[in-house]
Design a protein around this ligand. Structure first.
Ligand code: ADE
Length: 246
């Protein structure tokens, strides 16, 4: 899968491309991330990418020509991409969106800056994505968030089993995890995890995951379709709470 990012700050992506899971996926040849400097698609001596807005008002607007010049160049070279514009006005990014994007082979991300982008650029944009209800100084961090979360769904990038188990995939949050030492500053690893009884461990994990979801994200819990293990785990949780209350 290929991501091509169009930005006026290409250097922001240097470490991102080298490090961790994303860096490894690139080295393994599963993922390609190309970074393009929008200024390289200007035609004037000063490589200007922004201008005042018609009608007056504060702030600069990104000009349409460099985006269109990039788009023509890119499409000619790699075929028609799926184009994303990062913007606080976009649809909210989520794990489901990441999974959906991972099915594309060829994605371009335009990183917005200044007050916005000339509206005519929207004709070459397939979707606008926001990573949350706050305003960033530019779309570069949003592009990294989108690439990072999406890459994890490309087969071979992360272990399939951990994908299945992690937060959100099952509509609930993760259960707590422990590693050595068994006892640390008087805090012990729950006995059940040392029991070797896989059924019991699974039930405990589900119970703890549901407990965490109810406490931290009741909205997710209310949407969850409960299966048989969930029901059993909830019964155990209720029993535990009753016992604690006595
Ligand atoms: N650019 C500025 N703010 C943003 C946000 N919240 N999400 C995506 N792109 C942005």
């Amino acid at each position: 899968m290929r991501f091509a990012v169009v930005t006026i700050f290409p250097e922001i992506f240097e470490a991102f491309k080298k490090i961790g899971v994303v860096g490894q996926a690139i080295r393994d040849g599963i993922l390609e991330i190309l970074i393009f400097n929008l200024r390289d698609f200007t035609t004037d001596k000063h490589r200007v990418v922004d201008d005042y807005q018609y009608g007056g008002g504060p702030g600069m607007v990104m000009k349409p020509e460099p985006f269109y010049r990039f788009y023509d160049f890119y499409t000619e070279k790699f075929g028609k991409p799926h184009v994303i514009l990062t913007s606080p006005q976009g649809d909210r990014f989520s794990n489901e969106k990441a999974l959906e994007l991972s099915k594309h082979e060829n994605i371009v991300i335009f990183c917005g800056r200044y007050e916005g982008i000339d509206e005519r650029v929207m004709d070459i944009v397939d979707e606008e994505i926001s990573i949350g209800d706050y305003v960033l100084t530019g779309g570069e961090l949003a592009a990294m968030v989108i690439i990072d979360a999406t890459s994890r769904f490309i087969p071979g990038v992360v272990d399939e089993e951990s994908l299945k188990r992690e937060s959100f995939m099952d509509g609930i949050l993760d259960h707590p995890v422990y590693t050595r030492p068994r006892s640390f500053r008087g805090k012990n690893v729950p006995e059940v995890l040392l029991s070797g009884d896989h059924k019991k461990i699974e039930l405990w994990r589900r119970k703890e995951a549901l407990k965490k979801t109810i406490l931290k994200r009741p909205d997710l819990f209310m949407k969850k379709d409960l299966d048989e293990i969930d029901k059993k785990a909830l019964m155990q949780l209720v029993k535990e709470l009753m016992k604690d209350a006595q």
